[in-house]
Design a protein around this ligand. Sequence first.
Ligand SMILES: [Zn+2]
Length: 201
Amino acid sequence: MFNVKSAYCLMQNLYEPISIDSDLLEALLTMWKNDIPSKVGVFGWRLLLDKLPTRAALASKGILSNPHDLPCVFCFQAVETSHHLFFSCGKAIDLWKQVFTWMGVEASLQVGGRHHFTFFGSLVKSKKGGKVKHLIWLATTWCLWRLRNNIVFRGDFADFSGLLDQIKFVSWLWFSGRAGRKSGYLYHNWCMNPLCCFQSI
Ligand SMILES: [Zn+2]
């Protein structure tokens, strides 16, 4: 009789185990602890493993072959890799600066991927840290990815003007609906000082 466990065991027997470096494994485990919708968890998991279907990834699988399809749709200055799109694109760097300013922290990161993720977690102090440490990191990357997809699939403009407000709102929905629902803080407080809201739980 089929059950999930039997399918899991079958797949384990079919494929060679992949070894993951210990830092990455720790980042993945930390990411899953956050109180986020499961689809965002899957997105974060794919981002940390560099498994998102970026244009560079699709080209490496032979799905995209025209070099004109490869540039980043935010800046058109570089091939769209995961690292570029989320961490080294000028548009992404500007967005991270806005996020750090909103959080009231001074940070200038030259790294990407799990190093960026791990550093970001060190900025958030809370008793329930594991549940909220990366809410804003995940909201930022999630909103960037949605904007990118809306540009690619719906022909939207690369409009970054409302993105920080989206990040504030999305992360507030996750915070107030789960780990922070008893914090007593309002959306207004969240917009003023999210780290204070984290410390309250
Ligand atoms: Zn770019």
